[in-house]
Design a protein around this ligand. Structure first.
Ligand SMILES: CC(C)(COP(=O)(O)OP(=O)(O)OC[C@H]1O[C@@H](n2cnc3c(N)ncnc32)[C@H](O)[C@@H]1OP(=O)(O)O)[C@@H](O)C(=O)NCCC(=O)NCCS
Length: 176
């Protein structure tokens, strides 16, 4: 599968709201990975306030998804293959990388890196200085991804995700 056909699209601050088509796909992708995904209502409420978030969507043409079965795929239309979601606190020049997911058959092709890199560039341009995140300590794929992009380990938070499930808190001071 060629990466050249994947487009990343941004939903930035006050620019525009996320439309229903992508919202439905976003929820489906969220549901496929997170044990406690947000409800439809939670997503709807969240996207009503675009100054609070920055979202990068990775979109592919429907026919590129091969045999992978996934809700809301269309034969020819755009399909969401990944997203990264940053929460923003403008007064503190601080962003929180809250969620990032790439569909399984699209992993290890550089999409995760590309989505975070684009987030960093945009946030830098908007005078943000730091991004932080939490990640489960044994999520090696994600920890490696973040380290590759310059995130450093800041704290260790025991039982953050539940009994025996510990988190590493990482941050990236993006302002040179
Ligand atoms: C974590 C995740 C987003 C990575 O996305 P991806 O598109 O596969 O990542 P990339 O292809 O951009 O890889 C970037 C770097 O991440 C690391 N990485 C990615 N997959 C890896 C794997 N299977 N094993 C080891 N390192 C891996 C590598 O350091 C890689 O850099 P390299 O290619 O130069 O070696 C993806 O695995 C995923 O969706 N996981 C489930 C959701 C999740 O865990 N989200 C994070 C917690 S919210």
């Amino acid at each position: 599968m060629s990466m050249t056909h994947v487009e990343t699209r941004h939903f930035v601050l006050k620019d525009r709201l996320l439309d229903d088509f992508f919202l439905v796909q976003l929820e489906a992708l969220d549901n496929s990975f997170f044990p406690n995904p947000w409800s439809h209502r939670a997503w709807e409420d969240f996207v009503k306030n675009p100054s609070n978030y920055y979202l990068v969507l990775a979109l592919a043409e429907g026919r590129q998804t091969g045999g992978e079965v996934f809700p809301h795929d269309s034969a020819e239309g755009e399909v969401l293959v990944g997203y990264s979601l940053f929460l923003l606190s403008e007064p503190e020049s601080l962003a929180h990388l809250l969620k990032i997911v790439v569909r399984p058959s699209w992993r290890q092709m550089g999409l995760g890196k590309r989505m975070i890199h684009e987030g960093i560039q945009t946030l830098l341009g908007k005078e943000f200085e730091r991004i932080f995140l939490e990640v489960e300590e044994n999520n090696i794929d994600a920890v490696n991804l973040y380290q590759t992009l310059g995130f450093r380990r800041l704290h260790y938070s025991k039982h953050f995700y539940g009994p025996g499930r510990h988190a590493v808190i990482m941050d990236n001071k993006i302002k040179p």
